[in-house]
Design a protein around this ligand. Structure first.
Ligand code: ME8
Length: 504
């Protein structure tokens, strides 16, 4: 197994409103990816944070009767709280109002300016403040509405500093040609490549009419366009977070499809200009929908994750999001499908099987995992294959497929218990070795399941491993095997992992 470095980022979220399931989704998927990499022995750096400058934040602060700084402090804290509630094991939380970030953004922009890639020009266009971006007339819906938020755009005209994005077309195309996996999934790679092929307009990278931002170093009357300020967070964090310098370039930027262009086109061009090494890969996921529509802080169509955590616990939410919403595609969050997966998959297929196994080992073998008589070679191969398939799914940045692979094993173990009926073997004195074997196979198979599933449900899988007599501590991938040395472990009966939830 390769041991390497793994630097993963989430988008830095706008502090215009409180987090919802959409943000929790990106952060949870990212957390699952980094936990898996830690299991493989990789040296992980997991970066997240908040995007705190720009007109969008200034206006929401005003509406809340606060200064932008007070507003950013209050809402950035809410995002940190979300991280804690969803179990995100980030290594550093960056805020773009951090003076160290501001200084680094100014330095790097000066480099781009010195290279001759920035010039002064005037610009007029339709601006959506919720997106913090200009739209071409043809992209608007209902004549003057933003295609993402459906809110009215504004005509903004000013003299700004421009980045020569158009000059990077060929270099960007070369990047895409050399690295066919630069953007995942391939449909998003194609979409980004098409944007570049069609030709790129230069990008206005400063604003004169707002003051809440990073001052342009050579023209402090203007502030840096919030997206440029924000994109650089991935790099600036490695400049000032303690011990983080060696992690650049990022291995994986994770994000939703709404911000593809910024990351797949503008970001690499800015880095090329600044002479900074490019990130290795971007992975783009779909939207978590509510009632068929994208959740959005701006439109208020949201699902609050916290009540689901209160009712079912955190790990079921992490599991549900991974399994129900195919990574890379849009998917609908609904209370009904949540409840159905909780009861049929978690409570019945996984939780019940664990309880039955532990109880049978208690009843028939005094709580000690019996020896492996080597009669289940097929299952040994299946567990090895499941582990390899999970690794391959994570290499392809597909946590949904990883869980699907694990679930094949869960169902296999459920069939095993029905086919071999240990309760019948227990009545037959001549079947002692057969009973040993099925109990060993069930316990060792479940142990492998809990190890593989641990990045998705760290709390519940740790409980399962404790019940199975596995030593405490974060499990490593190498422990997902049918190791005969596991025999002799002492199981510990536990309450149901996923208690039934009565409808309220
Ligand atoms: O765009 N489904 O911040 P943001 C899935 N500050 N993911 C969702 C989602 C949904 N319904 N809603 C939000 C910004 N997300 C910028 C980013 S990065 C340099 C700057 C997730 O608060 C998804 O990851 O609008 C999406 O890309 C991100 O939140 C947008 O968060």
């Amino acid at each position: 197994m390769s041991h390497g470095q793994f630097f993963l980022t989430t988008p830095i979220y706008y502090v215009n409103a409180a987090p919802h399931v959409g943000h929790a989704y990106t952060t949870i998927m990212s957390d699952i990816l980094v936990r898996h990499h830690r299991q493989r022995g990789d040296d992980v750096f997991f970066l997240t944070g908040t995007d705190e400058h720009g007109a969008k934040i200034a206006r929401s602060a005003e509406a809340a009767g606060r200064t932008p700084r007070e507003h950013a402090d209050a809402l950035s804290a809410r995002f940190r709280e979300m991280d804690e509630v969803v179990g995100a094991t980030y290594d550093f939380f960056i805020r773009t109002t951090d003076e160290r970030h501001v200084a680094e953004v100014q330095n790097v922009l000066s480099v781009i300016h010195d290279r001759g890639d920035i010039y002064k020009g005037s610009y007029g266009g339709w601006y959506c403040t919720a997106c913090e971006t200009f739209y071409a007339e043809g992209d608007l819906v209902d004549e003057n509405r933003c295609p993402i938020h459906g809110t009215a755009v504004e005509w903004v005209e000013e003299e700004n500093w421009f980045f020569r994005l158009s000059a990077f077309r060929d270099r960007l195309l070369a990047l895409y040609d050399e690295n066919l996996a630069f953007v995942l999934p391939s449909s998003r790679y194609n979409e980004a490549r098409r944007m570049i092929e069609l030709g790129l307009d230069d990008l206005s990278i400063s604003r004169s009419q707002i003051s809440w931002g990073v001052p342009v170093p050579w023209d402090p009357e203007q502030v840096v366009y919030v997206w440029v300020d924000a994109l650089f967070n991935y790099w600036t964090a490695t400049r000032f977070a303690e011990g983080a310098e060696h992690y650049w370039p990022a291995d994986l930027h994770v994000m939703g499809k709404d911000i593809l262009k910024f990351h797949a086109v503008i970001w690499p061009a800015l880095l090329m200009s600044a002479g900074i090494e490019l990130p290795k890969q971007l992975t783009i996921h779909g939207y978590v929908l509510k009632g068929g529509e994208k959740m959005s802080k701006t439109t208020g169509n949201i699902v609050d994750p916290f009540p689901f955590i209160d009712q079912y616990g955190l790990d079921p939410l992490r599991y549900y999001l991974t399994r129900e919403i195919r990574f890379g595609e849009d998917g609908t969050f609904s209370a009904e499908s949540f409840d159905a997966r909780y009861h049929s998959e978690l409570a019945n297929e996984f939780g019940n099987l664990l309880n039955r196994t532990v109880n049978m080992i208690g009843r028939y073998r005094d709580g000690v995992v019996p020896p492996d008589h080597g009669r289940d070679a097929e299952l040994v191969a299946e567990v090895d294959a499941a582990r390899d398939n999970v690794v391959a799914a994570f290499d392809a940045v597909d946590p949904t497929r990883a869980v699907d692979e694990i679930w094949v094993l869960v169902r296999r173990l459920n069939r095993l218990v029905e086919e071999r009926a240990p309760w019948k073997l227990a009545k037959d004195e001549a079947a002692g070795d057969d009973l040993d074997q099925v109990l060993f196979s069930l316990a060792a198979g479940l142990r492998a399941v809990a190890v593989l599933l641990w990045p998705v449900m760290p709390g519940k899988c740790s409980d399962a491993l404790a019940a199975l007599g596995h030593p405490a501590g974060d499990p490593t991938l190498a422990q997902a095997t049918m190791d005969p040395g596991y025999a002799g472990a002492t199981v510990a009966p536990c309450p149901p992992l996923f208690p039934r939830i009565e409808e309220q």
